[in-house]
Design a protein around this ligand. Structure first.
Ligand SMILES: Cc1cc2nc3c(=O)[nH]c(=O)nc-3n(C[C@H](O)[C@H](O)[C@H](O)COP(=O)(O)OP(=O)(O)OC[C@H]3O[C@@H](n4cnc5c(N)ncnc54)[C@H](O)[C@@H]3O)c2cc1C
Length: 382
C-alpha cells in the first residue's frame, strides 16, 4: 500500500526534518523542549479546531510529523497527556472559557498535564473511583488517592475523575475536574520506584485540594461520559509513530543478534523474522484504519497486538545477548539500586504494556462482548 504523500506533504516533511535536525537532541531539558516545540507551532497539529495558538495539519501531515519525530531521536514528550488526551477532550466537551484558559498553554508547551483516573481498587473497574469532590462555594474540595499517575511529578495540572454525588453509585455522580497541582499541604505526589529502577509514575494524595467550580468539564455529574470520550481519542497517528520507534528497537535487537552470533540459532532467527512480519502487518492495519473506523473492536485488537508484540521484543532483546544480559552495568554513583542498559530497560518496562491503557483481559472482554456478541461478563463476579 502506498500512502501517497503529496508535494505539499513532502514540503511539510522537509520543514519538520530540518527543524528537528536543528533543535532535537537526547539531552535536552524536557520543559525547555516542550516550550521550543510550542513556540515553533508543532503542538496541537491534530486538534480538530485551530485558533488556540496551534496550527492544524492534515492527517497525512500529522503522520509525517510523527514519523520525523520518531526518526529524529528527540526526547520522549512530557506534554503528550495535555496535547493528545486533555486537549481533544476540551475541544469536544469544554465550554468557551475553558478552551480559552487551557488550550493556549498546552499549545505553547507551557503547562503540563497528568491523568488522575486510577485508584487503589479502581483500575480496570474505573467506575469504582472513591475520590470525593464536595462543593464548597466557588470550589470543590477533593479528598482521596490516585495511583500510577504518570508524570504527576512534572505536571502543572491534573484532570481528576472524582465523585461529586456521594448518593450515586458506579458511573453516575462522577465529575471531570481540572485541578492545579501546586497546592502544598493539600496535594502530595509520591514517586513509585519501578523495577526498571526509574520512577515514571506516582501516587497522588488529595487532602482538601481545591478545584474551581468553573473547571468542571461537561457539567457536574457528567464525568463518566467525558472520561470515556477521552479514552476513545483517535490513536491512529500516534500508533504509526509508535511503530517507527518499534522498528528502530527491532533493528537494534537484530544488530545485537548478528554481533553476538545468536542469529545462527534457528529458533531465535525464526522469532526475529516473526517480529518483523508482524510489525509490517501492524503498520498496514494502522494505515487501513487511519482517520477512523466503525469497527468497535479495532482499538482493542490493535492494543492486544502491539502490547504483546512489544513484550516479545523485550524478551528477545535480552535473549539474543544470552547470560550476559542478566548482569547490569553497576553504577554506584546513582541512587538507583542498579542501572539498566537499553535492552534490559526494554525487557523490564515492556512488562507494563499489557496492563496500562486497558489490560489484555479487559481488551478480550471488550472483543468478546462487542464484536463476537458473547454473553456479558457476570457483574460483580470478580
Ligand atoms: C506504565 C503505566 C502507566 C500508567 N499511567 C496512568 C496514568 O497516568 N493515570 C492513571 O489514571 N492510570 C495510569 N495507569 C494505571 C492503569 O490504567 C491501570 O494499571 C490499569 O487500568 C489496570 O488497573 P489496576 O492496575 O488497578 O489492575 P486491576 O484492575 O486490579 O487488574 C489486575 C489484574 O486483574 C485483571 N482483571 C481485572 N478485572 C478483570 C475482569 N473483569 N476480567 C478479567 N480480568 C480482570 C487485569 O487484567 C489484571 O491482570 C498506568 C499503568 C501503568 C502500568
Amino acid at each position: 500500500m502506498d500512502y501517497g504523500f503529496s508535494e505539499e506533504d513532502e514540503k511539510f516533511r522537509a520543514e519538520a526534518r530540518s527543524w528537528l535536525a536543528a533543535h532535537a537532541g537526547p539531552r535536552l531539558d524536557r520543559r525547555a523542549w516542550e516550550r521550543a516545540l510550542g513556540a515553533a507551532g508543532w503542538i496541537g497539529l491534530g486538534w480538530s479546531e485551530a485558533g488556540h495558538g496551534n496550527r492544524t495539519a492534515t492527517l497525512t501531515q500529522q503522520v509525517v510529523w510523527a514519523e520525523e519525530y520518531a526518526r529524529s531521536g528527540a526526547p520522549p514528550r512530557s506534554g503528550h497527556i495535555g496535547e493528545n488526551l486533555l486537549a481533544p477532550t476540551l475541544v469536544a466537551h469544554g465550554d468557551p472559557a475553558q478552551k480559552r484558559r487551557f488550550l493556549p498553554p498546552v499549545a505553547a508547551g507551557e503547562e503540563l498535564w497528568c491523568q488522575g483516573y486510577s485508584e487503589p481498587g479502581a483500575g480496570s473497574d474505573l467506575a469504582a473511583v472513591r475520590t470525593a469532590a464536595v462543593r464548597e462555594g466557588a470550589h470543590y474540595r477533593i479528598t482521596g488517592q490516585k495511583i500510577w499517575t504518570s508524570l504527576a511529578h512534572e505536571a502543572d495540572w491534573c484532570f481528576v475523575l472524582a465523585r461529586t454525588d456521594a448518593q450515586e453509585r458506579r458511573h453516575r455522580g462522577l465529575s471531570f475536574l481540572l485541578v492545579p497541582m501546586d497546592q502544598p499541604g493539600r496535594i502530595e505526589v509520591r514517586p513509585i520506584r519501578q523495577l526498571t529502577g526509574t520512577s515514571d509514575f506516582n501516587e497522588v494524595f488529595f487532602d482538601g485540594a481545591r478545584a474551581r467550580v468553573e473547571h468542571v468539564v461537561g457539567g457536574e455529574g457528567q464525568g463518566w461520559r467525558v472520561a470515556m470520550s477521552l479514552l476513545g481519542v483517535e490513536r491512529g497517528v500516534s500508533t504509526l509513530a509508535q511503530q517507527i520507534g518499534f522498528a528502530a528497537e527491532l533493528a537494534q535487537v537484530v544488530e545485537t543478534a548478528v554481533a553476538s552470533g545468536a542469529v545462527r540459532d534457528p529458533v531465535l532467527r525464526a522469532r526475529l523474522v516473526r517480529q518483523w512480519a508482524e510489525l509490517r502487518a501492524m503498520r498496514w492495519n494502522a494505515l487501513r484504519t487511519l482517520g477512523g473506523t466503525t469497527d468497535p473492536g479495532a482499538p482493542s485488537v490493535a492494543k492486544l497486538l502491539w502490547a504483546n508484540w512489544h513484550q516479545r521484543l523485550g524478551e528477545l532483546a535480552v535473549q539474543v545477548r544470552g547470560a550476559e544480559a542478566a548482569v547490569g552495568p553497576v553504577d554506584w554513583s546513582v541512587a538507583s539500586p542498579y542501572a539498566t542498559d537499553a535492552d534490559q530497560h526494554l525487557f523490564l518496562f515492556s512488562r507494563a504494556d499489557t496492563v496500562y491503557g486497558g489490560s489484555d483481559q479487559i481488551q478480550r472482554t471488550i472483543i468478546a462482548e462487542r464484536v463476537l456478541g458473547l454473553p456479558g461478563e457476570p457483574k460483580g463476579a470478580v
